[in-house]
Design a protein around this ligand. Structure first.
Ligand code: C2E
Ligand code: MG
Ligand code: MG
Ligand code: MG
Length: 291
């Protein structure tokens, strides 16, 4: 233990390590305490039918409000957690929160499926399948109301290990989505052998459409191929009505993005569902953009 501590001290105060590494270590130490200190919580971003008139799902997105560092974005702390075993505990926490939240929505008469991001390390842990099973049982969530989001690289890197696991998860009735699609190097034809329901097209393909002919062509190719393989196609990061309308003409099924909804506390989702259903989406969108 003394040796361990000694080593740690050398790492932490070594003047030769640069500021970024130091920051990373500080975050990592903070993250080790974050769960115990209740600094982690989950936000839910609605996913809409492409018309924008109906909420058809919600993605659970973890947040870290650190006493010491303030609100740290997941793009910063998730990779750090992934470098340690912390991601497994954080991932389990998010899954638990999300399943219980989705049950509360259903109890209020608005059953909305919830999507949860998985990291590669969780897939490699033995306990994942039994965690999912246990959490579904304890929360009482219907398995088909849960979707797990995985990235392409997770699927391609260890297909021999991942395929049987995904099949077992899917046998429970849980849905599987590919997240950030298009940023990896996999082809849809290759992914076809995996039990996948949904393809979420990465925001980078949406950013510059309509307007950039190259990106329009790429996006059209991705959407039409995904559709022809019978995936549900979801566009990520839709910020404008022009983007939404363009995606609709391409035949995209669903969208997620700041145009229609930001990540919010779970208890806000029901009112968003009702607003989408009863509101006049065009009017709401217009008003939102102006003010
Ligand atoms: P992701 O899974 O692709 O999640 C979508 C991200 O895009 C979210 O960022 C969301 O807030 C953001 N987003 C949604 N609509 C828009 C838009 O219209 N414009 C822009 N600019 N951004 C939009 P967030 O919450 O910061 O999460 C970033 C990433 O962190 C996630 O990307 C995911 O990879 C990871 N992450 C978040 N929560 C978890 C988690 O519980 N577990 C794991 N393993 N990763 C997570
Ligand atoms: Mg995601
Ligand atoms: Mg994504
Ligand atoms: Mg992403």
């Amino acid at each position: 233990v003394a040796k361990e501590r000694g080593r740690q001290r050398i790492v932490l105060f070594d003047p030769s390590i640069d500021a970024r590494q130091q920051q990373r270590l500080n975050y990592e130490m903070g993250l080790r305490e974050a769960l115990n200190k209740d600094e982690l919580f989950v936000r839910y971003q609605p996913r809409f039918e492409i018309s924008g008139r109906r909420i058809v799902g919600a993605e659970a997105l973890v947040r870290w409000e650190s006493q010491e560092h303030g609100l740290v974005p997941p793009d910063i702390f998730i990779p750090i957690a992934e470098g340690t075993r912390l991601i497994v505990d954080i991932g389990r926490f998010v899954l638990e929160q999300a399943c219980h939240e989705a049950v509360r929505w259903a109890e209020q008469g608005e059953a909305v499926p919830v999507s949860v991001n998985l990291s590669p390390k969780q897939l490699r842990e033995d306990g994942l399948w039994s965690d999912i099973q246990r959490i579904l049982r304890e929360s009482g969530l219907a398995p088909n109301m849960l979707e797990l989001e995985l990235t392409e690289s997770m699927l391609v890197d260890n297909i021999d290990l991942v395929l049987p696991l995904l099949q077992r998860i899917r046998a429970l009735g849980v849905n599987i989505a590919i997240d950030d699609f298009g940023t990896g190097y996999s082809s849809l034809a290759y992914l076809k052998q995996l039990p996948i329901d949904t393809v979420k097209v990465d925001r980078s393909f949406i950013n510059d459409v309509p307007g950039s002919p190259e990106d329009e062509t790429l996006l059209q190719a991705i959407v039409s191929m995904a559709r022809s393989l019978n995936y549900r196609v979801v566009a990520e990061g839709v910020e404008s009505e022009q983007q939404r309308a363009f995606l609709e003409t391409l035949g995209c099924d669903e969208l997620q993005g700041f145009l229609l909804g930001r990540p919010e506390p779970g208890n806000m989702l029901i009112s968003q569902v009702i607003r989408a259903r009863e509101g006049t989406p065009e009017g709401d969108r217009g008003a939102g953009r102006l003010g």
